[in-house]
Design a binder for this molecule. Structure first.
Ligand SMILES: Cc1cc2nc3c(=O)[nH]c(=O)nc-3n(C[C@H](O)[C@H](O)[C@H](O)COP(=O)(O)OP(=O)(O)OC[C@H]3O[C@@H](n4cnc5c(N)ncnc54)[C@H](O)[C@@H]3O)c2cc1C
Length: 458
């Protein structure tokens, strides 16, 4: 039987193993004790779920007949087809799948070596934060107001920790939402008690052992606790302060530097069949560089919802299928206080300079407005100015938003236009939608068409 070695044990690798399911001799090599459900990590800090619920069972992999090896690959001999591991073992393969993921970026600024400075991805990061919170951590700074940053900031804040959130952009969720759609989220973070420092960059951090000051550009300083502020029994055990960086992910490709593997600025270069430049070597998930399905440009797409379909497609192709991956749409969501928030495709800002766009808005309620459960829901739909093809959308709602985000992604994937969406055939029920008289997508599409007509008349 063909021997497939997979480097990595994240969602891309697991999805692949599940489909190969005994039909190939699969070996997964990953160093950590447990694969994790990263998306759920903030909710452990928030005390909504216990830590062990975020740990995936090994049986997810081993039940497929795959062998799981806890080790770290240090070197790959691409010509001789072997991998060499930290524990000194050598394994040979017929096919190699690289699924090494991405690591959070820790910027090279003064003070990053101080205690209590961390990123947020591993079980150890999570344990360290939970332990600190349980032992009286008073102040925390989260750098980066993307989805991971705001979820972490909310989690820390919910534990009574005075939390600062810093981002160099003037808005929160800069890669997910346009500024006007992010206003409600920003206001909600402030309402929750989080101190925002938007439009500020962290320049450096000062402290003796732990960080005591975070110096921002434009002259502001965030003062954190010092060891003296902690009770004696906690001394040296608990950081009086914590600074977590959530400023982006970098593909984990260090072991391939200087090898014949083609690596681009955002990861391992692959084609639409997940093939690298080396025969019998494939790469999937966050460690790869791939393109936007909308613009064809290289697109950041470090999401589990991209990694999983990549792993599945490769597995089906390994079993004889001949499928092609069309690229990232990057539908993603988060939650801030009472708001469920999501975005997909291109934002108006991201489209700038690439595609001329026209936008439409709709503001309805999540149930019939006469129902006590009705909450607000706002949508922004983005379409090509001439083609009227849908290229993106954003939702801010008091009820879960991923169903709407996914519908917009489907419209983009299917090449639907605002005219198609104007005729969208929807359902309606008092608890679950607005009155039959209207629908969020239809109203936003009508708004786009109205704007478009005005522009034509002008
Ligand atoms: C806090 C947080 C929240 C997130 N929330 C969401 C969300 O809500 N929705 C969403 O879609 N995505 C979310 N993501 C992103 C998502 O987790 C990643 O996109 C996804 O895990 C990528 O899967 P992957 O298999 O490509 O890589 P990873 O999950 O990163 O797995 C990589 C694997 O490779 C292993 N590895 C690396 N180097 C080696 C080596 N040399 N030898 C052996 N093994 C190695 C690693 O140890 C790991 O097992 C979140 C991420 C984080 C950190």
């Amino acid at each position: 039987m063909e021997r497939v070695i997979v480097i990595g044990g994240g969602p891309a690798a697991i999805s692949l193993a599940k489909i190969l399911d005994g039909k190939k001799h699969v070996t997964i090599i990953r160093p950590e004790d447990h694969s994790m459900i990263y998306c759920a990590m903030p909710y452990v800090i928030e005390n909504i779920i216990p830590l062990n619920k975020t740990l995936k069972k090994d049986s997810l992999v081993t039940d497929t007949g795959a062998t799981l090896i806890r080790d770290r690959v240090e070197k790959v001999g691409f010509e001789q087809k072997y991998v060499h591991t930290e524990n000194g073992n050598v394994y040979t393969y017929d096919k190699l799948v690289i699924a090494t993921g991405a690591d959070p970026v820790l910027p090279p600024i003064e003070g990053v070596d101080l205690k209590g400075v961390l990123t947020f991805k591993t079980e150890d990061d999570l344990k360290m934060i939970v332990e600190s919170a349980e032992n009286g951590l008073k102040t925390a700074v989260v750098v980066g107001a993307g989805a991971i940053g705001i979820e972490l900031a909310q989690a820390l804040n919910s534990r009574g920790i005075q939390t600062h959130l810093v981002d160099m952009e003037e808005q929160v969720l800069p890669n997910l939402l346009d500024k006007e759609m992010a206003e409600e989220v920003k206001n909600e973070l402030v309402r929750l008690g989080i101190t925002l420092h938007l439009g500020h960059k962290v320049l450096l951090m000062h402290g003796k052992d732990f960080v005591s000051e975070v110096i921002l550009d434009k002259g502001d300083t965030i003062h954190l606790g010092t060891i003296d502020d902690c009770s004696e029994d906690q001394e040296n055990e608990v950081p009086p302060s914590l600074v977590a960086f959530a400023v982006g992910m970098r593909p984990n490709v260090g072991i391939f530097e200087g090898t014949m593997l083609d690596i681009g600025r955002d990861g391992i270069v692959i084609n639409d069949a997940m093939e690298t430049n080396i025969e019998d070597v494939y790469a999937v998930g966050d460690c790869t560089q791939f393109t936007s399905a909308i613009t064809g440009d290289i697109s950041p797409g470090k999401l589990a919802t991209n990694a999983v379909p990549m792993g599945k497609l490769l597995a089906r192709n390994m079993l004889g299928s001949n499928e092609r991956y069309t690229g990232f749409y990057n539908g993603a969501a988060t939650k801030t206080g009472n708001y469920y928030v999501g975005g997909t495709g291109l934002s108006e800002k991201a489209a700038w300079g690439k595609i001329e766009v026209i936008v439409g808005y709709a503001y309805l309620t999540t149930a019939f407005p006469i129902m006590p459960s009705a909450g607000s829901v706002r949508i922004k739909l983005i379409a090509g100015k001439d083609s009227l093809r849908i290229v993106g959308g954003q939702v801010v709602s008091e009820q879960p938003a991923t169903d709407k985000i996914d519908l917009i992604t489907m419209a983009i994937q299917s090449g639907l236009t605002a005219k198609d969406l104007r005729m969208f055939s929807y359902s309606s029920q008092p608890y679950q939608s607005y009155f039959p008289a209207n629908n969020l997508l239809v109203q936003a599409a009508e708004d786009i068409l109205e704007q478009s007509e005005k522009e034509t008349i002008r």
